[in-house]
Design a binder for this molecule. Sequence first.
Ligand SMILES: [Zn+2]
Length: 68
Amino acid sequence: MPCIRYRTAISAHTEGDPLPPGVTEQELLTHLNACPDCTRWSKRLRALREATDDLLRRRRSGAPPKPV
Ligand SMILES: [Zn+2]
């Protein structure tokens, strides 16, 4: 299965959404173990996701967003 198929699954997994049809979590983990590109991509996506969560948390708590 091509990486692009797993990227969709990784994205869903990061968001806490259900995996797309045809990809099981086990298959996803197996692919990540075998594919450094997808592992890197997954980490980047997760870091981005955490940064977004952090920003949203800050906004919800009323504090001003961190200046860039
Ligand atoms: Zn891959």
